[in-house]
Design a protein around this ligand. Structure first.
Ligand SMILES: C[S@@+](CC[C@H](N)C(=O)[O-])C[C@H]1O[C@@H](n2cnc3c(N)ncnc32)[C@H](O)[C@@H]1O
Length: 264
């Protein structure tokens, strides 16, 4: 029988899996870098930066290899990037251009522990694809809220969302597109000699077993802590930009969300 999953087990599994992901993380996850997702990423970061001043401080929890962090660094903001995985942080550090290094502070550690020990003030706290890796994401969200003063912002980005496709025809097309997307992806990884890790993710993607993260629940938790939720955007991420475009523009399916909130 499998032993009970504990917070420590989820942390250990995340350390193990992300040591394997390492510098190949974004190559293994083209759904984060294709043209469709790139446009969403750019617009989201531009929208936030339009409200900041040049010295605004950013905290990226679960920064990984710097997917979101690099966007803020290249726009000139001082940034603290925290990640549980030493290997992911190392890969991120190696990819920061020398001119941007003085703005970056990188820390290896658990988000919950960091939030309880570090008392620095941040204008924006960003999270990309980390909530579903946490044992108790609601508790971490509450800790984040406690750190946000009036006018400060929270961005929850690229979180997996439970899919609900009600029409049988739409569902069949959705499954067919998803099948094609995965087939091409596996072929590409094979040609590029990048091993796929899907058997490894079981406990590290802890919240996926509950269907992903429910944006309505995130909204409820944040409002309960006095934040104002400014927007929730739901859409469909796919490995390839063309497939993402078809899923969103033709099928209208959703499996991912972004949320922006502020402390009034
Ligand atoms: C799916 S990756 C996303 C990385 C990056 N944010 C991105 O969007 O490319 C999730 C990241 O969260 C980190 N992580 C998982 N649990 C964590 C925790 N408890 N505290 C801090 N980081 C954590 C992992 O090490 C990994 O780098």
């Amino acid at each position: 029988m499998e032993s009970a999953v504990t917070k420590e087990k989820v942390l250990d599994e995340n350390r193990r899996v992300h040591a394997l992901e390492n510098r190949y993380y974004l190559s293994r996850h083209p759904e984060q870098t294709n043209f469709f997702q790139n446009a969403i990423l750019k617009n989201t970061v531009d929208e936030i930066c339009a409200t900041l001043n040049p010295t605004s401080k950013i905290l990226d929890l679960g920064c990984g290899t710097g997917y979101l962090s690099l966007k803020f660094l290249s726009r000139g903001y001082p940034l603290t990037g925290l990640d549980l995985s030493r290997e992911m942080i190392q890969a991120f550090e190696e990819s920061i251009p020398a001119t941007l290094k003085p703005q970056a502070r990188l820390v290896v550690g658990d988000a919950e522990e960091f939030l309880s020990q570090n008392q620095d003030e941040y204008d924006v706290i960003v999270l990309s694809a980390i909530l579903h890796h946490l044992f108790d994401y609601e508790s971490v969200l509450r800790q984040i809220c406690a750190r946000l003063s009036s006018g400060n912002k929270l961005l929850v980005f690229f979180e997996p969302l439970k899919q609900e496709v009600h029409s049988p025809i739409k569902f069949a097309l959705h499954r067919a597109l998803s099948w094609l997307d995965e087939k091409l992806y596996r072929f590409e990884m094979k040609v590029r000699n990048i091993p796929v890790l899907d058997d490894e993710y079981h406990h590290s993607d802890y919240q996926r077993q509950f269907g992903g993260i429910d944006p309505n629940r995130v909204d409820e938790v944040l409002r309960g802590e006095g934040l104002e939720v400014l927007q929730i955007k739901k859409y469909c991420a796919r490995r390839y930009g063309l497939h993402a475009w078809l899923a969103n523009r033709v099928l209208g399916t959703q499996n991912t969300f972004n949320l922006l909130a502020t402390r009034p």
